[in-house]
Design a protein around this ligand. Structure first.
Ligand code: TYM
Length: 322
């Protein structure tokens, strides 16, 4: 099993990133023959326009991933733009990409539907993502639900290239942790930076508490029984606890006679406890940025070696090597 995934450095990581993706990265690095995890700064360039911020977010992302358990002995951690082979491969794939396929992709479609101007970077975003995956012969791609469409595009492009030029690319599959496919934000919509409804993994405890207190709840009276499954506050609580505690909370919901404020307090306690160790480890890493850079440097060398081989294979197959 060759595992690969990427994450954009568009700000600090939130619970959606962690439960939708990063937690799986950590689990899979121990089961995989090889695991590649990268910081998708070329993708982030379609939204982050401030150069200094992008630099900072990129280093922050590497530090956060290490703090959350990415182990450089088990996984290759690198920054997308440090592997130019991927952008070369992207062009080869672009020549196999029907416009209609990209027109159906949600990031572009949503922006257009909202009447916002879209650029070619956003439009061709899924092709770069396909190159990211195919460049490492990855077969397993851990992601949240929102990325599944992009992995389908990747499979389409790989299939079309292979059909024309022979067996060049490995066919990848998305891997989704059922329990966290779609982590809700403070308003119940998908947790996302663009909806301004996130809670950060490494936010100061006081801000985490504040964000939790702002989680939207309905206005049913304290005495009324409530359905836990349809409540996003309960869904968030469930991310942090085992089945037994989840069931205890569900029973409380069904019985009624409690306020959402109590659930919020309980959520703050379990969430802060859950990330406490990573929080301390992050502080330690922050004081040794050189170590983080070294890990990323070593990762880049490994990643380029593999991507170079795959690129060569693709170039030879389509007549670019002469
Ligand atoms: P990005 O940076 O938006 O998100 C990183 C990962 O976090 C997951 N995620 C969520 N999962 C569940 N619930 C949520 N509310 C939530 N919010 C975010 C995402 O599904 C993702 O797995 N295009 C990708 C980055 C990328 C990539 C790749 C991924 C670039 N190249 C190649 C895999 C393979 C993205 O924008 O993810």
């Amino acid at each position: 099993m060759i595992v690969l995934s990427g994450i954009q450095p568009t700000g600090r990581f939130h619970w959606g990133n962690y439960f939708g993706a990063i937690r799986q990265y950590v689990e899979l690095q121990n089961q995989a023959d090889a695991a590649f995890y990268f910081i998708a700064n070329l993708h982030a360039l379609t939204t982050v326009e401030d150069a200094e911020r992008l630099r900072q977010y990129t280093l922050d992302a590497a530090t956060d991933l290490l703090a959350l358990g990415i182990n450089p002995d088990r996984a290759t951690l690198f920054v997308q733009s440090d592997v130019p082979e991927v952008t070369q491969l992207c062009w080869l794939l672009m020549t196999r990409t029907p416009m209609g396929l990209l027109e159906r992709c949600h990031a572009y479609k949503d922006k257009k539907a909202r009447g916002l101007p879209a650029d070619a970077g956003l439009f061709t975003y899924p092709v770069l993502m396909a190159a990211d995956i195919l460049a490492y012969d990855a077969d397993t791609v851990p992601v949240g639900e929102d990325q599944v469409q992009h992995i389908e595009v990747c499979r389409d492009l790989a299939g079309s290239f292979n059909h024309l030029y022979g067996d060049v690319f490995v066919m990848p599959k998305a891997k989704i942790m059922e329990s966290a496919a779609r982590v809700p934000g403070t308003d119940g919509e998908k947790m996302s930076k663009s909806y301004n409804n996130t809670i950060g993994v490494f936010d100061e405890p006081a801000s985490v508490r504040k964000a939790i207190m702002r989680i939207k709840t309905d206005s049913r009276p304290v005495s009324e029984p409530k359905d836990p499954e349809s409540d996003h506050l309960f869904q968030l609580y469930s991310l942090f606890v085992d089945d037994k505690r989840r069931e205890e909370m569900a029973a409380l919901y069904r019985r009624g006679g409690f306020g959402y404020g109590e659930v919020k307090k309980a959520l703050a306690e379990v969430a802060l406890g859950y990330f406490a160790e990573a929080y301390e480890f992050r502080k330690e890493l922050e004081s040794t940025p050189q170590r983080v850079r070294e890990v990323v440097g070593d990762g880049t060398a490994m990643a380029r070696k593999r991507a170079g081989e795959v690129l060569h294979r693709a170039q030879a197959a389509c007549g670019i090597k002469y």
